[in-house]
Design a binder for this molecule. Structure first.
Ligand SMILES: NC(=O)C1=CN([C@@H]2O[C@H](COP(=O)(O)OP(=O)(O)OC[C@H]3O[C@@H](n4cnc5c(N)ncnc54)[C@H](O)[C@@H]3O)[C@@H](O)[C@H]2O)[C@@H](O)CC1
Length: 465
């Protein structure tokens, strides 16, 4: 599991760690790690370092001494000579760094304008540097966090640096994992400075290949039978969107439930059973429900029916328009930005500009777990670290992928996971399966459903890495 922490928590942890170390040791560790991560820059090349007033600039100045040691040339642009990290500047200059008035001509750049002490949005000279970067496009590394982003909120409220790669220290920051800010960071690498023992529980987490244990309590054993493994009820599809029923069922069949019951019109039920003969048509006892994929006008009555059972429920697509004031059962809501905007009476742009804020607000408001779909899908639940999904590719933006996800998440819920684990593991494996189905190429939602069972198995075995 990757974890991110808030600026406040990072500052407290750094203070506690620094108290156990000689003066300046933390910055030495950060600078050494940073320089090691800049190995891509060949000797003889020139890197321009954009240096701000704080310790972020200090990190870059000390890292510059290591770069100079191995033959990389360093130009320094100072935001303000009077506030720069003085010892760092002296060390970099002594090692051979040149002061320049403005960036120009260099093919490599190091953004050390602001770190976690940043106020979002760049102005003045920093904004001029950003427009040079935007125009000249040198290969840009960020020190700790892209300057100008909102570090905790992971938003982009103004001018900010966009980079190919970010080297961060101690722990991830929200802005490095959650969109839209994460989109500005490029590939992120983490330098260990010894902070972990001093950090509290994270603000954001991301499942990785080593988290297969999350499925442990929902796996079958030799005493299991179809009912003990969990039965999932699905109310999905309609005359207009019959395919959604098939895709939701296909996603569910790739999950951990022992049986699926399908509830819909006689004609639709017949279609579903013809295609997936394991499915049982009609109501009966279930451990969880999925309601809404392709349900159209039937969504309201289907959601009411599911809620009568008092079991956990996945609420997707058109059913999201009919949510109760507050859920009394464990609920996983799975909107995309447009659907969440409609629920919160705002615009898609507002949600996309601040997914973390809107997903968190919705989780609180409906007493539910909210899985907000996007490039970096979020799973927010009040009182627990928000999960962000890092798997998958842009090819996953394809018709029906959400129906598969809803069915798969429902199957994990029926098998005994709580909504947060069910939603976040489902999003993770859905992304993994999409890549495995056809790395770097087009896929349809059915391909994702078919690739899911082997992704589940590899995740459980710990083979995904
Ligand atoms: N605290 C520590 O012990 C460590 C900190 N490290 C580095 O230190 C950084 C944090 O250092 P600082 O706390 O000095 O913070 P910054 O380096 O982010 O700089 C903060 C300064 O910039 C000014 N500022 C912020 N945003 C501005 C804006 N938009 N326009 C104009 N001025 C602005 C602030 O007023 C403040 O003076 C981390 O990101 C990391 O790079 C590392 O060296 C590891 C250890």
């Amino acid at each position: 599991m990757l974890s991110a922490h808030t600026v406040g928590d990072i500052r407290a942890a750094e203070e506690a760690l620094a108290a156990t170390l000689p003066d300046g040791e933390l910055m030495r560790r950060a600078a050494r790690g940073l320089a090691d991560s800049l190995g891509l820059i060949p000797a003889g090349e020139v890197v321009v370092c954009l240096i701000g007033p704080g310790n972020n600039g200090g990190d870059a100045l000390y890292a510059a001494t290591h770069l100079l040691d191995r033959g990389v040339r360093v130009d320094l642009c100072l935001l303000d000579e009077s506030t720069v990290h003085a010892e760092g500047l002296a060390a970099a200059q002594a090692a051979g760094a040149q002061l320049v008035k403005a960036p120009g001509g260099q093919h490599w750049c190091l953004d050390a304008i602001f770190g976690i002490g940043a106020r979002p949005g760049l102005t003045g000279k920093a904004a001029e540097w950003e427009s040079w970067l935007d125009h000249e496009r040198p290969y840009t590394f960020v020190v700790d966090v892209p300057s100008g982003v909102d570090v905790d909120g992971a938003t982009l409220p103004g001018v900010h640096i966009g980079a190919e790669a970010t080297v961060t220290f101690g722990t991830y920051k929200n802005a490095l994992l959650a969109d839209p800010a994460a989109g500005a960071a490029g590939t992120v690498s983490l330098v260990d400075i010894g902070l972990a023992p001093h950090l509290p529980s994270p603000s954001i987490e991301a499942i990785d290949a080593f988290d297969g244990h999350l499925l442990d309590r929902a796996l079958p054993d030799e005493r299991s039978h179809k009912y003990s493994r969990g039965v999932l009820g699905i109310a999905a599809g309609s005359e207009q969107y019959a395919g959604a029923a098939h895709l939701c069922v296909a996603g569910a069949q790739a999950g951990l439930a022992g049986m699926i019951r399908f509830v819909g019109s006689a004609a639709l039920s017949q279609r579903v059973v013809d295609r997936a003969p394991e499915v049982v048509a009609g109501r009966g006892r279930v451990q969880a429900w999925v309601v809404g994929p392709g349900s159209g006008d039937d969504a309201e009555s289907q959601l009411a029916m599911a809620l009568e059972d008092g079991v956990p429920v996945v609420v997707d697509a058109s059913a999201l328009q009919h949510v109760p004031d507050r859920f009394e059962v464990p609920a996983l809501l799975t909107p995309h930005a447009g659907e969440l905007a409609a629920m919160l009476d705002t615009t898609r742009e507002q949600v996309e500009g601040d997914p973390l804020g809107h997903a968190t607000a919705a989780a609180q408001r409906w007493n539910a777990t909210v899985l907000l779909k996007g490039r970096r899908t979020l799973v927010a639940q009040t009182g627990a670290p928000t999960r962000v999904n890092l798997s998958g590719s842009a090819w996953l933006g394809t018709a029906g992928a959400g129906d598969v996800l809803a069915g798969f998440a429902g199957s994990l819920l029926a098998a005994g996971l709580d909504p947060r684990d069910a939603g976040s593991v489902a999003a993770y494996l859905h992304g993994v399966a999409s890549v495995q189905a056809n790395p770097d190429g087009p896929i349809v939602a059915t391909d994702v459903a078919y690739a899911l069972p082997s992704a589940v198995a590899a995740f459980v075995r710990g083979d995904l890495a």
